[in-house]
Design a protein around this ligand. Structure first.
Ligand code: EPZ
Length: 421
């Protein structure tokens, strides 16, 4: 089994390029289902979730190949419209294929996506929106069978919560539908804008992405295009967190400051010096970190839930008491127990986590419980005295392209080993 071994107390220092965004690449790969001909996605990260998505595309009859940082997907016909359980179970976010397959074929059968480490991942908003667009949905024995007997038609949809996945599924179901679809209370994340840009480059008519009202006018056909995946704003935040927790400095190339303003303001409140440029962010953290009174995770442009675990680790080294309120997922503090084993002083009560800053963290053998929690353990290990061994790192590989090579390039002592069976 592979593990990460970190020898801590090394200051992060240097320059690093940030990978393409997992949470953009996945919906973009699903979006390829809608387009005839060849699509090229540049800056597509090498991640297990991306590989799982290309396996789904292959299952559907598409040809996929990687050439360096680009993934090329081509097909003129889609040979089937179902996703089998084993492929659905590999990656919870496979649900984002639902809208694209229905949009292209008018029907889709897939097994209900399981929950994940963050708790149950309901899809009620996805289902209710598709029903408003003329899709009949029946669920039997964990399989969701959807069909639009009379074709998909536009609808006016108001989301009860600005769900990222539901917004993406509606956009992809609507882009080839008859008539106009309006999504109110749509998610405003940068990944939504990236998807809209891709769909429009394929010939779609999507307006208002990035605002809470998105309008999609259905067209007859989409053709493949070339598109560059946006940079990963959470991986960028992770590299900045590595500099903060070790009292170092880092220049993150390819980063878009406007995507993580809420995170940058927290680093500044902690006493880090942040220098945002057009497509890079330099941050130096040579002063002792200060605690932050309260951080609330919110839909974009608020503080992103995906940066919550990372910030718990960094705040553990800040002088004073900080408070985190997790408003998006119901169980996103599962990593706290392992962080406490490393000397963090974090207490959770429902949505709230109280973080007491400590002078020192200590290396330990710990287990990643989810993707971003695993990244938090890495950051804690970078700062800790002694050696940290992290197992279950396949969860980290879902979202970070070779995290050990990336962090080693900016001064960390971290390596991947294979231990035991
Ligand atoms: C996306 O998940 C991201 N995943 C998540 O990143 C991210 O944390 C999340 O958006 C919020 O920003 C991808 O993009 C692949 P949601 P998604 O629908 O679309 C509830 C990571 O670490 N909800 O905005 O699933 C839901 O349970 C991952 O990279 C319903 O109740 O998130 C959650 O509490 C983790 N019913 C909240 O809304 C629904 O029909 C936000 O979910 C849909 C969602």
């Amino acid at each position: 089994m592979q593990k990460l071994v970190i020898s801590g107390e090394k200051k992060i220092s240097g320059e690093i390029s940030v990978q393409g965004a997992k949470n953009s690449a996945l919906p973009l790969l699903a979006g390829c289902v809608l387009a005839r001909g060849e699509t090229v996605l540049h800056n597509c990260p090498r991640l297990s979730d991306v590989f799982a998505s290309t396996r789904i595309l292959t299952h559907l009859g598409f040809r996929c190949r990687r050439e360096g940082d680009s993934v090329i997907i081509s097909s003129d016909t889609i040979s089937r419209s179902d996703i089998p359980e084993e492929l659905m179970r590999e990656m919870r976010s496979s649900i984002v294929f639902l809208g694209a397959i229905i949009g292209r074929c008018g029907k889709c059968c897939l097994s209900f996506p399981g929950g994940c480490e963050l708790g149950p991942r309901p899809i009620d908003m996805h289902i209710s929106a598709l029903k408003q667009m003329g899709v009949s949905i029946c669920e039997e024995y964990g399989v969701l069978c959807c069909e639009a007997q009379k074709g998909i038609h536009g609808a006016k949809i108001t989301l009860s919560f600005p769900s990222v996945g539901a917004t993406e599924n509606i956009m992809m179901a609507a882009v080839l539908a008859k008539g106009e679809t309006v999504i109110r209370n749509a998610a405003r994340e940068p990944e939504i804008c990236d998807l809209a840009e891709f769909l429009n480059a394929c010939g779609g008519r999507v307006y208002g992405a990035g605002t809470s009202t998105i309008t999609i006018s259905g067209v007859n056909e989409l053709r493949g295009c070339e598109h560059r995946v946006m940079s990963d704003r959470i991986v960028c935040a992770t590299y900045l967190g590595a500099a903060a927790i070790t009292g170092g400095e880092v220049n993150v190339r390819g980063a878009r400051p406007e995507d993580i303003e809420a995170i940058l303001s927290v680093f500044e409140e902690m006493g880090c010096c942040v220098y945002p440029y057009r497509d890079s962010i330099y941050m130096s953290c040579h002063k002792p970190l200060r605690s932050v009174k309260t951080i609330r995770t919110m839909p974009y442009p608020g503080f992103p839930t995906d940066a919550q675990s990372i910030m718990l680790a960094v705040l553990s080294k800040a002088k004073g008491t900080s408070v985190m309120v997790e408003n998006i997922f119901e169980s996103r503090y599962r990593q706290v127990g392992e962080l406490v084993r490393m000397g963090c002083m974090i207490k959770t009560e429902g949505k709230v986590a109280i973080i007491e800053g400590v002078k020192k963290l200590y290396g330990a053998r710990v287990v990643a419980t989810d993707l971003r929690g695993g990244a938090a353990l890495v950051l804690a290990g970078l700062s800790a005295q002694g050696e940290t061994v992290i197992s279950n790192i396949k969860l980290i590989d879902r979202g970070y392209e070779s995290i050990e090579n990336a962090l080693s390039s900016i001064g960390a002592d971290i390596r991947r080993v294979t231990e035991g069976f």
